[in-house]
Design a protein around this ligand. Structure first.
Ligand SMILES: [Cu+2]
Length: 437
């Protein structure tokens, strides 16, 4: 830990340090544009460690973004208790990144701007319904303590396309949220009426067998069950020909005597060759799953892509040779990628309950078909294991899960910076029941 005063004192020390002044001058830079940022030096197994931090240098000319123009190669190490420079390195030179294109302030953005967003207003005719007294917030059946530390807020408007599919006793609220960032968030909310089984029990103490559910009311068992949804995502990322990339996040050991550090992590990307290889169980090892267009690159040479950010992951609990699992085998993996084929549309097969499993995604994906630089389909299986609780009776409050499709090197930089916030609308309503202290 260190204080702001210590950081200031150390910076002052460095600005007067002759070798540092020379290093800056020898690069043809103006020292009045240099700022320091302090990074604490941790414990790396030394017997006695000192309170030190490293000062790294940044150049502020042509930018207000303090961290984007690192003055690379120079490090000043300051002992905070002694308040003196104990190590100094000027090791190498690389070109300094440009200030151009680093402006993030809305008021400084220049045309061309992104698409126009209309204002949206939410009206609460009886007032907001909550009260704030000091740090106590009261709303509905909630009362909680809240400390505010708001620095900056940016308005965000997104468009939600919603459809509700009522399938038997369940309602599925299917949302597609389109964001100005280019992200698409997909969410499914489950509500509806539990599948119940009538029993003789009126109290949990009477149950001596495996009831395969929860006694949610007298004589009523809410049955344990699953919900699985499969999303057929025929994505065309900047064109039809796409590839599926698995970017594995891997731990590397540092060779001895190079650094006091023992490990770091990096990424190892592989373009997946076939639909059989593409089958992925999520959560076993960290990886980013990206659909790229291998024929299109950004200005800096990254492949244009969109990545899948999964929600919470479910895997089947039934045995593989159990009949419902044979026809519902699309749940065996969370992610599948297949070449586009007009006849392959329904992951669980055309005949659903009557399927013998032959016409399902699990069978199509056994053929080792090439999925590189082709029109491909991403299939995402999302699931819930539902152990009913009393709150789910007589009708269930919405339970949600989802995933996100997020641009990944699709844009040259953050696209939202060029999106003007919608105008603030003052509806001039009065809120009679609210006290704002
Ligand atoms: Cu359920």
């Amino acid at each position: 830990m260190y204080s702001v005063d210590e950081q200031t004192a150390a910076s002052e020390l460095a600005f007067k340090y002759e070798p540092f002044i020379k290093s800056v001058a020898s690069r043809g830079l103006n020292i009045s544009h240099v700022v320091f940022s302090a990074f604490p030096v941790g414990w790396f197994g030394e017997e006695k460690s000192n309170r030190t931090f490293k000062l790294s240098c940044f150049y502020t000319n042509d930018t207000v973004n303090l961290y984007v123009r690192p003055l690379e190669g120079i490090t000043v190490v300051v002992d905070l208790d002694e308040m003196k420079i104990v190590e100094y390195y000027d090791r190498f030179r690389v070109p300094m990144p440009k200030g151009e294109g680093t402006e993030f302030r809305l008021s400084k953005q220049r045309p061309p701007f992104g698409p126009h967003l209309n204002s949206v207003a939410v009206v609460a005719p009886d007032g907001p319904g909550f009260t704030i007294n000091g740090h106590i917030v009261n709303w509905a059946n909630w009362k909680f303590h809240l400390g505010f530390d708001i620095r900056e807020a940016r308005q965000e408007v997104s468009l939600v396309v919603r459809t509700v599919a009522t399938v038997g006793n369940y309602d599925h609220i299917l949302d597609w949220e389109f964001k100005p960032t280019g992200s698409i968030k997909v969410e499914v909310g489950l509500s509806g009426v539990l599948e119940a089984r009538a029993v003789t029990y009126t109290h949990k103490d009477q149950i001596k067998e495996d009831a395969r559910g929860t006694l949610v009311a007298e004589n009523t068992i809410g049955v344990n069950h699953d919900h699985y949804l499969n999303y057929y995502l025929d994505l065309d990322v900047d064109g039809e020909a796409n590839s599926f990339v698995k970017t594995n996040l891997v731990t590397k050991r540092v060779s001895p005597n190079i650094s006091p550090r023992k490990s770091y992590w990096t990424v190892s990307s592989e373009i997946v060759k076939t639909d059989t290889d593409a089958r992925t169980k999520l959560g076993l090892k960290p990886a980013e799953l990206v659909l790229i267009n291998p024929n299109k690159k950004t200005k800096t040479g990254n492949n244009i892509g969109y990545r899948l950010i999964p929600g919470s992951v479910s895997s089947p609990l039934l045995l593989e040779d159990d009949f419902p699992q044979i026809r519902g085998a699309f749940t065996n993996y969370n992610v599948w990628v297949t070449p586009y084929n007009k006849s392959e549309k329904w992951a669980g097969g055309k005949f659903v309950d009557q399927s013998g499993g032959e016409d399902t995604l699990a069978i199509w994906s056994l053929r080792n078909r090439d999925i590189q630089n082709k029109d491909i389909v991403l299939w995402y299986t999302l699931g819930f294991h539902h152990v009913p609780s009393q709150e789910d009776f007589p009708v269930m409050p919405t339970l949600s899960n989802g995933f996100e499709l997020r641009p990944t090197n699709f844009f040259e930089s953050n696209p939202v910076l060029k999106t003007k916030s919608p105008k603030y609308v003052n509806l001039n309503c009065t809120f009679p029941n609210t006290s704002w202290n």
